[in-house]
Write a protein that binds this ligand. Sequence first.
Ligand code: PLP
Length: 456
Amino acid sequence: GTSKSDSWRADRDHFIHPYTDFTTFAETGSQVMSHGDAMMITDEDGRSYLDGIAGLWCVNLGHGRREIASAMGEQAARLGYFNTFGHSTNTPAALLARKLAERTPGDLNHVFFTTGGSTANDTAVRLAHYYFNRLGKPAKKKILSRHNGYHGSTYFAAALTGIHGIHYGFDRIAEDIVHHLSAADCFRRPDGMDEAQFCDFLVDEARYRIMQLGAENIAAFIAEPVMGAGGVLVAPEGYHRRMADLCRENDILYIADEVVTGFGRLGHWFASEDRFAHVPDILITAKGISSGYCPIGAAIFSDRIHEVISVPQGPGGVLTHGFTYSGHPVSCAAALKSIELYEQEDVFANVLDTGPYLQERLQGLTRHEIVGDVRGEQLMAGVELVANRASKTSFAPELAAAEIVFGRARELGVIVRPVGNTVIMSPPLIISREQVDKLVDALDQAIEDVSGQLLS
Ligand code: PLP
C-alpha cells in the first residue's frame, strides 16, 4: 500500500498483532481496515474487498449492522458494566443464558459466560475437573484432544491445541494431562483405507488410548465438529457419534468446541446434534454468538453436570471460577440481538443454499496442479495446496504458498485466509450465490496467476 497514515505508523510502532511474523510486518506494516458493509470490508485508502472469512469465522451477519450497534450502544448507556458474581445479574445476560439453553441440544441448560473461545475451553476443562472432584473421582484429570485441533491461546487452551507450529518457542505445559489423538484427516489418511475403515481406525485408536491411559484417569475428550484452523478437516461419517458413545461407555465427558461451527456456519444453530447426531456434555461457543461484534464466549453444560456441581458442600461448594466480564451486559446485548437477527432473517436457510453451492464451485479448482484437496462443508471450506498432487507432498513452509495465494486474491478484491498450506474460506452467512461466484472466481484466478511461480 501507499498509505502511511498516523494509524498505520502507530500500529507499526506499538501494536503487537496476534499470530503475526514480526520481520515481515516491520517493513510493510498492516493494512488499516476502516469500515464494513454487509459482505464488504474497506480499508482507509478506500479499497474494498469481499470478506471471504467473516473477519475471522465470526461476523456471520455481515458488517455494519446498525441493529447490533444500537443494541450495544443502548445497553452501554443504560448499564455499561456491573459484576455478576452471585449477588447481582443483568437483563441481557439472564435472557441470553435462557436463549442459549433453548437453542442448544438436549439438556445443555446451564451457561457459563466467558470472554471468548479460549477462556470458554479453559472453563470447560476446569468444569470437568471440578465435576469429577465433586463426584469423588479426583484421578479423572486427563484430557483427550486431537492433532490439528485448535482450541485457543490461553496457556491451557494452547496445550489442548494440536497444531505443532503453534507451540514453537513456547513451553508445552500440561503434557501429563493433555493427550492428542490422530486428526480425522480424510485427505491424509493411511493409504488403502476407505473412509469407513478410517473411521474404524480412529475410533479403535481412541479406544486403545483410553485403555492405555485408564478411563479412571480421563476426564474429557474435546473436539471441533469440523476442524477449522487445523485446515477445515471434515471427519468421516459417523465419527463424532461413535466417539460420543465411546466417551459415554468410559464416563468421559465430551466437550464439543463449536466456536466456529455454532451459529449457522454449517446451516444449524449447532452442528453437534443437527449434523452429527449426538449431544455433548459441554458445548463451547464464541465468535458467531455475537456475530463478532463483541468479545463473548460460553461453556454450556448439561443437567447431569449441574446436578453434581450445584450440591451444597461447605466451603468447597463455591465454583471458584469466573471472569470480570462473565455476562458482560454489552456483549450479551450484542449476542441477543444477533440471535434475534439469525431468527428473523432465516440466515441459516441461506447457508443451506449457498453452502453446497460454494463447495460445488470450489471443486472446480482441482483443475490446478497445485490444488491437492478441496474440502469442507456448507460455508466452511479449505483448499489445500500441494507441491506434488500424486504424492500429496506439501510445499515447503518457507515458500508460504497459501500466503502468496492470499496476497494475489486480495489484489483481485477478495479476502481469504492462509493457514499452513491451506486457503480457508468462511464468509458471512448472508453471502449470495453471485458473491460465491465472485469469491471462487477470484481465488481461481489467484491460483492460476501464482502457480508458475510456486512450481518453479
Ligand atoms: N476454538 C476454536 C475452534 C477456534 O477456532 C478458536 C479461535 O479461532 C478458539 C477456540 C479460540 O477462541 P478465541 O480466539 O475467541 O479465544
